[in-house]
Write a protein that binds this ligand. Sequence first.
Ligand SMILES: [Zn+2]
Length: 460
Amino acid sequence: MIVRNGLLALRHERDFLRRDFRVGPDGRVAEISERLAPEPGEEVLDARGLEVLPGAIDPHVHFDEPGFTHREDFLHGTSEAAKGGVTAVVDMPCTSLPPVTTRAALENKLAVVSKAAVVDYAFFGGVSGHTAEESLAEHMEALAPDVVGFKTYFISGMRTFTRVTHDDFGRIVRRGAALGRPILLHAEDLDCVTAAETRLRKARGTDAPRWSDYVGARSEDAETVAAASAAALARGNEEWLHVVHVGTAEAAELLAAAGATCETCAHYLAFSAEDFERLGSSLKTAPPVKAPGQSERLWDLLSGGAISFVTSDHAPAPEEEKNTGNLWTDYGGIPGTGTWAPYLYSEGLLGGRLSLGRYLEVTSGAAAERYGLSERKGSLAVGKDADFVLADPGGTTVIEGRTLLSKGKITAFEGLRLSGRFLATYVRGRLVYDADRADRDEHPICAAPGSGRFLRWGYR
Ligand SMILES: [Zn+2]
């Protein structure tokens, strides 16, 4: 196939370049040139007037399968991802049952989800408090070939995936460094959070809790203290430490200064704690969005490179779990894999907050490198997988929960009008998502369940 006349977003170029490119029968980019002539019978796709972006990589999703599929599953999750221009995801180990802390659990999960995925996918392994007690080294070594990192928590609300102690964490980072896999951390300090929550709930007495109580319990200090502890415990191996979903600029700054990496999420860039009054639990995540002013600082850190990339932390839940009548028990997680890249395209690239180069890094290039996938993923280049998105910069995207392909329909971004529109998503040269079909009220996913490919560290 030849894709003609598109404006290509090529890594390390300052601007879009008008180029043709050819996709080989192996699904890889075979040739990029100013002008390509089709061979007899070769399919030609005219992308005149459109921007051709590398497929986004969402390296932080909770697709919940097997185990919590009433919230999400791989077919719905990867379909929603494709709708949002995502061609590869990395799924978290903590929200499947059994959690992916052992080799057997990984094989079990792979057998189930490999029949469902419509975009490519990799896994994180997990180290929970349970595995840390048992046989940390043995489990990590057994998982390492098939995972692109290990996820840990300093505080966890899940009985099925408990936190690790600071003592465990130091050992886990050393082991991750020896195995050559990043250690991912949910960084909120247990002591800060539990003490503040107890104090705030007591002060509220029998009155209804307020969102300011939740935000106060999961404070900016809790995040900064945890990030500082993690950097101290990782001393000597800081480059293997990666902190997920950072909402506090100070935490991101200290991690960058220490030589560790971090990510933020679209919701931390788009909202502040004041929005809880309007949005309620549709905005509830852990950590929560922070005080007004943090998002501006996060944009600056993202633009400057101190924050490596953006993820969705996609974690939807049904109405009965999202709205329990008590904000303390409402599910803390929101969908996002289908909205984060359109949001960044609109507010980052078209809105002028991110250069083209940074946009490409934060949506695909940097994550591919961090997780050992850059040989074949993360940019549009000869030899790499032909993962790409056709985007109309003059179009408009309106986010509506009812049109999400995820099982979760409750989105904090409800009603948001974005500049630009993603028209089609291709994975290894195959059309997966087609907006034309959606416009005709047809199901917009063209790929068969199971067509997504499992990616390992060093995929080539
Ligand atoms: Zn998460």
